[in-house]
Design a protein around this ligand. Structure first.
Ligand code: MEV
Length: 310
């Protein structure tokens, strides 16, 4: 039996704009994870067992755009191996379509476990590249930020088609990550933004530019320990995300609840339209903000400490 896991992620700044070449900052979230287990068996078939969605099926009959099957095929191809005589069990605690990178984490956990099973665990850049192929099935124009932050398991400063950079978190800080409970596939929000951009490129490009400037300022603030600067940057980034049309009444309700209860800045995180919001808290405000978020309808609140672990 060979097992491997991969964490969730949150985007701190720059979602959507990152698809259009601007920088984004993302960090892993270890409180949630996906886990893949490879079990050899005597049957020649490869069985995929997605336990959380109660789906058990044969790799041979999986359609060509099935994300789990694709990840298995790609990893085996990397080792020139014909997939046979094993099962892949996938379990994830990351809510689907919530902005926490569930799809990328499942892909990364499969690539890690299967490459280990086939001989040698691949390095993060190769795992990330394989997972990126699957991200393309989830939505046509992924930036690659999700698979990168999850495969490297480090805070990343990410610009599309550039070598990924990690950065130092000078002063750890706390985030409340609150789930609206609305599953919102990335593909839909990214597609709508694309249509908006096609209709009015000048306006969208200027909004993306502003998001890029915010991501750069945020990186500097985080690297120099000026966490108090994130308040304004988070709020400003959220207003821009609202302007490109990816907020929703549920998101706005949670953001208002968090800021009213004393959060020092809040924004949606990920593709939007549902999924999670993030709010900056500290040891004094975290309980009050968490209670307010739950009262306002959050399905779950995770308090995550953002820090450099290497
Ligand atoms: C999704 O987690 C982040 C988006 O920016 C899409 C992407 O980067 O591919 C919305």
């Amino acid at each position: 039996m060979t097992k491997a896991s991969a964490p969730g992620k949150i985007i701190l700044f720059g979602e959507h704009a990152v698809v259009y070449g601007r920088p984004a900052i993302a960090v892993p979230v270890s409180q949630v994870y996906a886990e893949a287990t490879i079990n050899p068996h005597t049957d020649a078939r490869v069985i995929i067992d997605a336990v959380d969605v109660a789906r058990r099926y044969d790799l041979g009959s999986a359609p060509s755009d099935d994300p789990l099957a694709t990840m298995i095929r790609l990893t085996c191809a990397r080792f020139d191996a014909t997939p046979s005589h094993f099962s892949v069990r996938i379990h994830s605690t990351i809510p689907i379509a919530s902005g926490l990178g569930s799809g990328a984490a499942v892909s990364v956990s499969i690539a890690r476990a299967l490459s280990r099973y086939l001989g040698a665990e691949l390095p993060p850049d190769e795992i990330s590249a394989l997972a990126y192929q699957v991200e393309k099935l989830h939505h046509g124009t992924p930036s690659g930020v999700d698979n990168s932050v999850i495969a490297f398991e480090r805070p990343v400063y990410f610009v599309r088609d550039r070598k990924i950079e990690s950065f130092r978190i000078a002063q750890p800080f706390l985030l409340a990550i609150a789930d609206t409970g609305i599953a919102a596939p990335t593909r839909i929000a990214v597609g709508d933004v694309r249509r908006g951009w096609e209709k009015d490129r000048a306006r969208f490009e200027s909004l993306f530019d502003k998001m890029g400037v915010i991501a750069d300022k945020a990186r500097k603030a985080i690297e120099t320990g000026q966490v108090e600067r994130l308040r304004h940057l988070m709020n400003a980034n959220h207003i821009l995300l609202r302007e490109i049309g990816v907020s929703s009444p549920d998101i706005e309700r949670l953001i208002l609840a968090a800021t009213t209860a004393g959060a020092h800045g809040a924004k949606l995180s990920g593709a939007g339209r549902g999924g999670n919001i993030i709010a900056l808290v500290n040891e004094v405000t975290q309980d009050k903000v968490e209670r307010a978020l739950l009262k306002a309808g959050a399905k779950r609140v995770i308090i995550s400490r953002v820090e450099t672990k290497f």
